[in-house]
Every structure is written in structure tokens, then in C-alpha cells.
Design a protein around this ligand. Sequence first.
Ligand code: PLP
Length: 393
Amino acid sequence: MLNEKMLQLGENRSVIREIFEYGNKRRAEIGAENVFDFSLGNPSIPAPHKVNEAMIKLLSETDPVKLHGYTSAQGAPDVRKTIADSITHRFGIGADANLIYMTCGAAASLTISLNAICNQGDEVIALAPFFPEYRVFVEKAGAKLVVAKCRESDFQIDFGALENAITPNTKAIIVNSPNNPTGVVFSKDTIEELASLLNKKQQEYGKRIFIICDEPYRELAYGVDVPYIPNFYDNTLVCYSYSKSLSLPGERIGYIFVSPNIDNCNKVYAAVCGAGRALGFVCAPSLLQFTVKDCVELTSDISVYKKNRDLLYNNLTEYGYTAAKPDGAFYLFIKSPEADANAFCERAKKYELLLVPSDSFGYEGYVRISYCVSTEQIEKSLPYFKELIEEYK
Ligand code: PLP
């Protein structure tokens, strides 16, 4: 007898993957240049040169036994120290190497963090719309996912909805900014209000509530500040990833930072180490650990994403689509012109526009467009977006 839940997860592909597979079929049939595939969040810009150079240098100059060997389970001490120093330098919070745990990207950071803090019966709040895998990660950690919808006007937090979602069983809230799928960056006001609400609830229930900040898009912000949540709220775990900031999603590298302001932060860190051990997420890839150590404050050249954002947002809103202006990540979240976003996405396929309906993000009636594609593809797609909305006029 197999584990039914795992079987079900393995047999049912995510909606995004389904669309991507459909795109593969169409690419084979009519040529890749004629398919406008906005389904996947796969970076379309290369990693900075320095990343490749650092890897080549490591491969040619480092003792291979050390380079390819196991590091400490939580990551090499010098890598963790470099990252901690960078956090201290960038955000002014006294980070320490002994509060950093190296991981295989944000997905691993999230699962480890959730397993470190959750017990059966706990509740974890996700702010909708949210990255669909949150449900899988939270449930695997034995907790229940509770959804609080964001405000439709600007996709900032709806504090009424959030307060209603918090109960004595709330263990954590996952905060993802810049956000997938809206591209919205939570403002300083939003984060301050969030901290104040959670502090009030912690007092009311006499227990701590964690913020798990999911930060793969931190560096992808277009002229706005992304507030660093540990500076606003003590009980915070940061789940960072280099997948998007350094365009290395296939290499699987990131980290967890346990805020030093958490009471007994060393115990929380020990639970993180324990969860990493229990999940088999020990010793993140050594070559990648040493590479990010050498590239710690670098970011890919994100100017193409900004250009794509401007091109899409400005033109689509001019054609009559509505969307919150995305200040970060590489997603645009447009309102479906018909109530059923799935039907709208089916209709879009007529124009070879592959879009993701919002239902799996826990928010109906919208569509996600991933604009991490070439600018030329976007330029070519614009007349089709125009024709598509004209059908509704
Ligand atoms: N969280 C969000 C919001 C994401 O969009 C993604 C990937 O797209 C992840 C986590 C997982 O990132 P990683 O590739 O670093 O595991």
C-alpha cells in the first residue's frame, strides 16, 4: 500500500506544468517563435558572469576532495559567516553564522522551516493569492493551511480578513514579497501594521506566532524598497533563495535565517537543523555554497524584467485589462474579463497565449502572466492580447 497522499501529488501535475506541457506540444507543431508561453517562472536572463567565473575558479583551484565533499549539515561555516555578514551589512540586523542554515532553494527553506515549528493541529496562514506549493508544504508539516485573501484594489494585506483568520492555533503566517503571482511588494505601512497585529495576537493568546518570509524575489524590485521583515517583527524566519536573484533555479541553493530577535533563537535554529536532518536536506550542494559565498551581493541584470514589466503593464492596461502594478518579481496578475479565468485562458489559447488561471493561487477570476521571456516575444504577443480583449467588448 502506497502513501495515498504522495501518490496523488505525484500523479496530478500542477496546473502550471500542464500548461507548460501544452506549450511544448504547440512548439513542436507550429514553432517556438509562434507560441507565447507565459506559464513558468523560469528566469530568462543569465547568471552574472562572475558566477560562472567563481565556479570555474573553484573547480580549477580548490582541492576537489574539499570542494565536492560534505560540508557541515547546516552548511560550510565560512559560507554562513559571509552570508550573515552580508545580512548585517545590508539590513542592519546582527546576523550570526550560527543562525544560518544552507538549503536547496526556497522550497527546501520553506519545508524545513514549517517542519521545524509546526505540530499536528497547528494552522499556517497564507495570504491569497499565494504560491500553490504552500498547501503541499504546510500539510506535509502536519499543519492546516488557512487562507486570508489580500485586498483586490492593490493586493496589499486585508487586515480584516487576516485578523479573522488568526486563531489560538495559528503557528505562522507566510509572507511572500515581492509576490508570486501578483508582483506586488508589501509596503512599509503594510509590514508595520502586520507586525502590530501579530504582536497584539501573540499577547492575546499568550503564544508566539511566526512570520515565515519567503524571499526568492527580494532582489527583483523595480525602484521600490522591499522592507526587511526581521527589522519589523521579532519572530521571523527568512527563507531565501538564489534561484531568481542569480538566475540559478536549477542549481538549488538558498538559506534560512533565524532572526536573532526570536526568544531562544538558538533552540529555534536547532529545530531547523533537526527538520533539515529529518527531511534529508543536509549539506546543500558544496560547489554552489562556495559559489554564492563569492557572489554574495550580486544580482543578475534585471533591467530586462523591468522593461518587460513596463511594456506589458502599460500596453495591457491601455487595451482595457486591469491589474495591480507589479513593483517586483516577474509576474503580472490581470483580472479575467469573464468570471471564469479558466475559460478565459482557454480562449487565449486561440491566439497561442499561454496564461495561468488564478484558482490554484487561492484567488479566483485572475490570470498570471510570467514575463520572464524575451522582450521580442512580448512585443509580438501584444496585438494578440489586444484582439483577445476586444472579444469582450
Ligand atoms: N516561493 C515562491 C513564491 C516561488 O515563486 C518559488 C519558485 O518559483 C519558490 C518559493 C521556490 O523557489 P526555489 O526554486 O528557490 O525552490
